[in-house]
Design a protein around this ligand. Structure first.
Ligand code: ATP
Length: 324
C-alpha cells in the first residue's frame, strides 16, 4: 500500500507548449487515484518560498490547448544552494506533501536528484523542454509544437525569399542542441543546416550554394542559436563569398516557445502525466517518464540528463542529398 496521499506538481526551467497538458494530466490522474494534489508556483522558487496552492479537477479545466504554463516557471538560484533546498523541504512538510512531479529539462532533474539525495523525497520528472535534448525519451513535451512553429515561419519566409530571389539565414532556438534546426530544415527544404553538434564546413556549404544556383532562386540556411557563429555571422560569411547574393537574416526568437500545443504534444503530456502519478504510487522515484518507441519508460535522472548525442547523421545527410 502506497504511503503517498498528497502530491505536488511544478514546471521549471524554460516554458514549453504542452506543460499545461502535463499539469492537467498529473492533477486529474492524482485525483483519479484518490490523492490530494497541490500546484507549486514558479518552479523551485515556489517550493523555496512556500508558494503552493491546492489544485482540483476544475483548476485544470480548459488548459490542455493553452501554451505556456498556468503554474508559471522560473529559474531559482536559491534552490541551487543547500539552504534553499532545506527551506523547500520544510515547506513541503508544512503542506504535508509526500511526493513531487517536476516538469522541466536537465537543470530541473539535476536539482531534483540533489533534493532526493538530501531529503529522500520521491520525485518523478516529465521532460518539458522545446529542445528535445534529453535521453530516455524520443520526444520531449514542447518539441513538436516548437518545430511546427518554425516550419510555419520558414514557409512564410520562403515565399518572400522566392519572390525576391533572396538567401535567408534563419536562426532558430537550440543553445546546445541542433534538433529543432535539423527537423525544421528537412521539412522546409533548407539548403543547409548549421548545428552546435557538428563543425561547420563552410567550404562545402559555399560549394553547394554555388553548384545549386541554377536550380534555385531562393535559399534558406537554418542556424541553431548555439552554433558558434549565430545567424548574423553566418550571413556575413556568405556575403563575403557571394557578394552578389541578396542575403537577409531572420532570428525567430521567442515565438518558438509559445502557441497551442500540437496534438502530439498534448497526447505525449497526457500519457506521461498519468505515468508519473502511477509511477510514484508504484514506489518509483528519481526517474523521468519518457516515451521510447511508443511505450512509456522510466529513466534515472542521471541518465536522462546526459544529452546522449541525439543527432542522427542520417538526418543531416538528408538535408544535403535533397538540397540539389
Ligand atoms: P530548459 O531545458 O528549458 O533550460 P532546465 O530544467 O534545464 O530547462 P534550468 O534553468 O537549467 O532549466 O534549471 C531549472 C532549475 O533547476 C534552476 O533554476 C534551478 O533552480 C534548478 N537547478 C538547475 N541546476 C541545478 C543544480 N546543479 N543544483 C540544484 N538545482 C539546480
Amino acid at each position: 500500500m502506497s504511503e503517498i496521499k498528497n502530491i505536488a506538481v511544478l514546471t521549471s526551467g524554460g516554458d514549453a507548449p504542452g506543460m499545461n497538458a502535463a499539469i492537467r494530466a498529473v492533477v486529474r490522474a492524482g485525483i483519479y487515484h484518490g490523492l490530494n494534489v497541490f500546484g507549486v508556483k514558479r518552479g523551485y522558487d515556489g517550493l523555496v518560498k512556500g508558494d503552493i496552492v491546492p489544485m482540483d479537477a476544475k483548476s485544470v479545466a480548459n488548459i490542455i490547448q493553452r501554451g505556456g504554463t498556468i503554474l508559471k516557471t522560473a529559474r531559482s538560484e536559491e534552490f541551487k544552494t543547500y539552504e534553499g533546498r532545506k527551506q523547500a523541504y520544510e515547506n513541503i512538510k508544512r503542506f504535508g506533501i509526500d511526493a513531487l512531479v517536476v516538469i522541466g529539462g536537465d537543470g530541473t532533474f539535476t536539482g531534483a536528484s540533489k533534493f532526493i539525495e538530501e531529503f529522500d523525497v520521491p520525485i518523478i520528472g516529465l521532460p518539458g523542454t522545446i529542445d528535445n535534448d534529453l535521453a530516455g525519451t524520443d520526444f520531449t513535451i514542447g518539441y513538436d509544437t516548437a518545430i511546427n512553429t518554425v516550419v510555419d515561419a520558414v514557409d512564410k519566409i520562403r515565399d518572400t525569399a522566392e519572390s525576391h530571389d533572396r538567401l535567408f539565414v534563419i536562426e532558430v532556438m537550440g543553445r546546445d542542441s541542433g534538433l529543432i534546426a535539423i527537423r525544421s530544415g528537412i521539412s522546409t527544404g533548407a539548403e543547409a543546416v548549421l548545428i552546435p553538434e557538428l563543425e561547420v564546413d563552410y567550404n562545402a556549404i559555399m560549394k553547394r550554394l554555388d553548384q545549386t544556383r541554377k536550380n534555385k532562386s531562393s535559399r534558406i540556411i537554418i542556424v541553431a542559436e548555439g552554433d558558434d557563429e549565430g545567424g548574423l555571422v553566418v550571413a556575413d560569411k556568405i556575403k563575403e563569398n557571394f557578394p552578389h547574393y541578396d542575403v537577409r537574416v531572420s532570428i525567430l526568437g521567442h515565438i518558438q516557445r509559445g502557441g497551442k500545443p500540437t496534438c502530439m504534444d498534448r497526447v505525449l503530456a497526457s500519457r506521461l502525466g498519468v505515468a508519473a502519478v502511477e509511477g510514484l504510487l508504484a514506489g518509483r522515484k528519481g526517474e523521468m517518464a519518457g516515451l521510447i518507441c511508443g511505450d512509456v519508460q522510466f529513466t534515472p535522472f542521471g541518465k536522462a540528463i546526459k544529452h546522449i548525442d541525439k543527432i542522427n547523421t542520417n538526418l543531416t545527410r538528408i538535408v544535403e542529398i535533397l538540397s540539389l
